[in-house]
Design a protein around this ligand. Structure first.
Ligand SMILES: O=P(O)(O)OC[C@H]1O[C@H](OP(=O)(O)OP(=O)(O)O)[C@H](O)[C@@H]1O
Ligand SMILES: O=c1cc[nH]c(=O)[nH]1
Ligand SMILES: [Mg+2]
Length: 208
């Protein structure tokens, strides 16, 4: 498993802005989308291309096109929806699968309430979207669903991850790669990432 901590100054700057206490719902949403877009750029840089010849303004020209790689995005509901638009900006034609999970606040175990995966998932690369990788329980459960359905190529895109969650995924799913804007210090006693972003779902949806 590889963990790519994106080092681009724009990513660092935008993630820093997201940490501001009392940030507005609009600003948090906008920044989540923008960072998701930049993570997508990193997470897709090894997609294969093929050469095609088209008619250009001065005659035939060879161009490089993405080589028919099938992708499905997998936002983990709810908070993962806050990254979806940003990712779709760059790869608009892809199928979207959704996995609905929430964390039980006492046990921190994920509770599943909805799963709808794209067809032919065994042919697709899955890009899981979630702003937060905390204990890793939600991500691990999502990867289990994808693998049970036959998916073999899985990557995860996160705004912030805790070392505890990364270690869990390295242990349970060593074949899955992680792209993250920042790896923070640790989890607090309630399973929240420190310094983190707080409750990302509440900030994206404007709930409390
Ligand atoms: O790594 P974990 O310990 O599993 O925690 C991370 C999960 O917690 C948050 O979702 P939450 O349960 O708050 O649901 P929501 O998106 O509906 O707010 C977050 O968006 C992740 O899905
Ligand atoms: O820090 C955290 C941990 C889980 N879920 C969140 O939204 N934030
Ligand atoms: Mg939440």
């Amino acid at each position: 498993m590889s963990v790519y901590v994106v080092q681009h100054p724009l990513v660092k700057h935008k993630l820093g802005l997201m940490r501001q206490n009392n940030i507005s719902t609009k600003d948090f949403r906008d920044l989540a989308s923008e960072v998701a877009r930049l993570l997508t750029y990193e997470a897709t840089q090894d997609l294969e291309t093929e050469t095609k010849t088209i008619q250009g303004w001065a005659g035939p020209v060879d161009i490089e096109c993405i080589k028919g790689k099938k992708i499905t995005l997998v936002p983990i509901l709810r908070a993962g929806l806050g990254m979806l638009d940003g990712v779709l900006d760059l790869i608009p034609g892809v199928k979207v699968s959704v996995v609905g999970l929430y964390r039980n606040e006492e046990t921190l175990e994920p509770v599943s309430y909805y799963v709808k995966l794209a067809s032919n998932i065994h042919e697709r690369m899955a890009l899981i979207l979630d702003p937060m990788l905390a204990t890793g329980g939600s991500l691990s459960a999502t990867i289990d669903y994808l693998k049970q359905a036959g998916c073999t190529q899985i990557r995860g895109l996160f705004l912030v991850a805790a070392p505890e969650g990364i270690e869990r995924i390295q242990r349970e799913h060593p074949d899955v790669d992680i792209y993250v804007a920042g790896v923070d210090e640790r989890l607090d006693e309630n399973g929240y990432i420190l310094p983190g972003l707080g409750d990302a779902g509440d900030k994206i949806f404007g709930t409390k």
